[in-house]
Design a binder for this molecule. Sequence first.
Ligand SMILES: Cc1cc2nc3c(=O)[nH]c(=O)nc-3n(C[C@H](O)[C@H](O)[C@H](O)COP(=O)(O)OP(=O)(O)OC[C@H]3O[C@@H](n4cnc5c(N)ncnc54)[C@H](O)[C@@H]3O)c2cc1C
Length: 327
Amino acid sequence: MANGIMVVAETSGGSVAPITTEVLGAARRVADQMGQPVQAALLGSGVEGLAKDLIAHGADQVYVVDDPLLEKYSNDGYTAAMQKVVAQADPAAVLGGQTDVGRDLIPRLAFRLGSTAAMDCLNVMAQDGKVMVERPCYGGNARAIHSFNTSPVLATIRSKAQDPLPRDDSRQGQVTKVDAGLDASAIRDKIVAHEEVAEEGIRLEDAEVIVAGGRGIGSAEGFAILEELAKVLGGAVGATRAACDNGWRPVSEQIGLTGKIVGPTLYFAVGISGASQHMAGCSGAKTIVAINKDPEAIVFKSSRFGIVDDYKKVMPALLEACKKLKA
Ligand SMILES: Cc1cc2nc3c(=O)[nH]c(=O)nc-3n(C[C@H](O)[C@H](O)[C@H](O)COP(=O)(O)OP(=O)(O)OC[C@H]3O[C@@H](n4cnc5c(N)ncnc54)[C@H](O)[C@@H]3O)c2cc1C
């Protein structure tokens, strides 16, 4: 019988990626409810040394596929390697992050395993011995609980939706090497170039404070005061698709259904109407503060605090108040 909650580990800059520690936290909680172990699949080249970090963050067993062919992510290579790992470990669930890798890998892996995948989940839980997941629906206005008729359960978890466990280096775990028997000719997708988008300051996905602007800002220059507030609060600037489409902000700052999903503690929505496609990207924020001159703007429905006025009047006062508080 399937036994274990498996996490697909991701690495970033030679370390375990923050999203993986969050997914491990979720896996640990559900595995404890079910009395099952947490397994981690660690794929890559020269990555074996990271197994201890996965154990320190909650894994009981780490399956390592260390192969030069896995140095860079490829769908063919990672899917084949994961199939081998799943065949050996036989987990009840395979969880990844809602990241570029997770979005690409998990659905295809689900197909190969004859199962199904739930994407962009906020939570994972056990009920009557089964793994269930919770996902946002209706543009983030409601949440749905999904159960599965197929096994294993495959799901991706949204960044910042789950808390990682505190690192504990005294945790013990088992490391198993898996030979995936990869064949270079079977890896048809090749990465021909890798271009890093220069991001200054804090990444949107990691920011505790986001000051986001929309079409109501009116120009690229109008964002200067949002940048200043973000700087004072140690946060990042985000934007709606309308602001990005207008060329006022880079596409890498777009938040929403077709942009980034963020989960800061504090989210300022400035000159943003609150379209569901935008709110789908920020509904995980703990507190939303909306600034909009239209009292009927739908954004106020999702906001904890609302200021009805022209942002050009509100923002300078807000900035000064924040500066004083931070001084
Ligand atoms: C398939 C699909 C995917 C999409 N994906 C995304 C996505 O990922 N992210 C996204 O953001 N959108 C997305 N959209 C677009 C989305 O539907 C909205 O069109 C968009 O979010 C609107 O952006 P906005 O709020 O900046 O602009 P608007 O809807 O035009 O709102 C501007 C707001 O600014 C206010 N305002 C104007 N002037 C001022 C002022 N001086 N001071 C204060 N307030 C002012 C207005 O009252 C208004 O409420 C998607 C749409 C589709 C169809």
